[in-house]
Design a protein around this ligand. Structure first.
Ligand code: AMP
Ligand code: MG
Length: 492
């Protein structure tokens, strides 16, 4: 006969809690605050399978209690993580104010991933805030993070959203919800800043060694493993930010507490994708200075990396001056790596296989035209991919036609056929992105009418962004461009 414990674990949970073996300084043991009448709104079945979890069991009452924070799964250990970082340039002591890390799922495929509840109640790091999250923002994180995953961009993922059956007051009354987030880890730049600012060198070293073992084991063999850690983190940021820029993603709150050392995109707040190409695009109402505008993201990434590197300084070198020199060299390398990644990605977006020195000017030429004529970012590349330049809406402009001829000439200079180039473009230019008005429409019917069908259809088409399928055509158009600029609110 099956024991009670086994029955409870039909879901397939297989927890380890390595983070809680770090010094206590890094976290507080605390359980989520129970909620009254939870309901499962979304379950990500392919993700569940990839974690070794059983879909049927995840739909049970026992599992619902876990996703609602009412029960800790066998082997789990609920903690809130401490961190301290720069928010809009200001250093603050922070930590998980509304999130609980239940532990790390060891998957049948050899992976270790964090299972975290978000919106699950107060912790000692909540400050004056309520520990809760709204249904709209949690569904939004689910939609955007899964869209990012499908676009091939490193990201945390979303396993479930449950509504809590409770409401709370922000600007308006909100329905509560809890997101179960899956991440390579939740170690943030701000976790290192916290250790560096408030901890001992031993605590900082413990965090660095833990991070290296968990994410960068290759660095263990390096002459200076902490420098190798820094270089790896820089490399992953250079890859990640290039991918954001290539699809037109604006994170919105690149505070150092929202940057994961693993190189995954994390903390989806007031983020959105560009419609019109404009480097100055800002979606967040909180970002009044445009600090985190689309075109500033690479520069901000370098700034964040400098803060991360400074936190590592005591480990990098016994001599502070020489340590600072190591940091300066490493950060300088970021810009080069970022640029190389971006340029390579842009070549692919234009069907260019091999480098020519004029390519960058060709690419900048197109971006300049898109900016001048307020062209839609995704749809311009989509039209070029489909070989329908007339759909770019710039086709009647002489300077665009000149650019187009120049581009065609460039393509004809390569050995690859036109079909080869189109294939390359199709795999780099998404046919669809989560358009702001489509996301809002899905959230409105979910939150206001409890109708989840609009969201489910949206999730379905977003799951294959490179398909160029007929069903996607309905989702390609941007919102009415004469409408007010789209704004997201950080009531997240
Ligand atoms: P964010 O800007 O969403 O990344 O949040 C910054 C910090 O505020 C993090 O430490 C969050 O845990 C915390 N926080 C955000 N919203 C809440 C909330 N409703 N209750 C408690 N803490 C919060
Ligand atoms: Mg955050």
């Amino acid at each position: 006969m099956m024991s009670e414990k086994q029955a409870k674990n039909d879901a397939g949970w297989n927890f380890d809690n390595s983070y809680s073996r770090l010094p206590h300084f890094f976290y507080t043991k605390i359980n989520p605050t129970p909620v009254s009448s939870p309901k499962l709104i979304l379950l990500n079945t392919p993700l569940a399978a990839s974690l070794g979890l059983n879909e049927g069991a995840l739909r049970s009452r026992d599992s619902l209690a876990i996703f609602a924070g009412n029960q800790i799964p066998d082997g789990g250990l609920s903690i809130a993580q401490a961190y301290a970082g720069h928010q809009f340039g200001q250093f603050n002591r922070l930590g998980d104010g509304r999130a609980h890390l239940l532990g790390e799922q060891l998957t049948p495929y050899g992976e270790r991933v964090d299972i975290q509840l978000k919106g699950s109640g107060k912790t000692p790091y909540s400050r004056y805030l309520d520990g809760r999250a709204g249904l709209g923002p949690m569904l939004r994180e689910y939609i955007i993070s899964e869209a990012m995953y499908a676009l091939g961009i490193p990201t945390t993922r979303s396993l479930t959203v449950v509504s809590t059956g409770e409401t709370f007051l922000r600007e308006t009354e909100q329905s509560g919800a809890i997101l179960t987030r899956i991440a390579a880890s939740h170690i943030r730049f701000a976790t290192f800043q916290y250790a560096s600012e408030f901890g001992t060198v031993d605590e900082l070293r413990a965090l660095a060694d833990y991070t290296i073992r968990r994410h960068f084991p290759e660095a263990l063999g390096a002459e200076n493993r902490y420098l190798a850690l820094l270089e790896e983190v820089i490399q992953r940021q250079a890859q990640l930010i290039a991918k954001w820029q290539l699809v037109g993603f604006v994170h919105g709150v690149m505070n150092t507490d929202n940057i994961a050392v693993s190189g995954e995109t994390i903390d989806y707040g007031p983020c959105a994708f560009l419609d019109v190409y404009d480097p100055e695009t800002v979606f967040s109402t909180r970002d009044t200075e445009g600090r985190y505008a689309f075109g500033k993201q690479p520069e901000i990434a370098a700034w964040n990396l400098a803060r991360f590197a400074e936190a590592l300084l005591p480990l990098l070198h016994d001599d502070e001056k020489q340590g600072a020199q190591l940091i300066a060299n490493a950060i300088a390398h970021f810009s080069k790596q970022y640029h190389a990644n971006w340029l390579a990605g842009m070549r692919s977006k234009l069907g260019i296989w091999k480098e020519e020195s004029e390519d960058e000017s060709l690419i900048q030429g197109l971006l300049h035209l898109m900016h001048t004529y307020r062209a839609d970012y995704t749809n311009t590349f989509r039209a070029l991919t489909l070989d329908k330049p007339e759909d770019t809406l710039m086709y009647d402009k002489l300077d665009f036609r000149q650019w187009y001829e120049r581009w065609q000439a460039r393509l004809s200079r390569q050995q690859e056929t036109k079909a080869d180039s189109q294939q390359l473009m199709r795999s780099h230019n998404p046919a669809i992105i989560p358009r702001n008005h489509r996301v809002e429409e899905a959230l409105a019917s979910a939150v206001n009418q409890e109708d989840y069908t609009v969201m489910e259809r949206l999730l379905e088409v977003l799951s294959t962004p490179f398909a160029y399928s007929p069903e996607q055509v309905d989702y390609v158009s941007p919102a009415d461009l004469t409408a007010c600029a789209y704004r997201t609110f950080c009531g997240t």
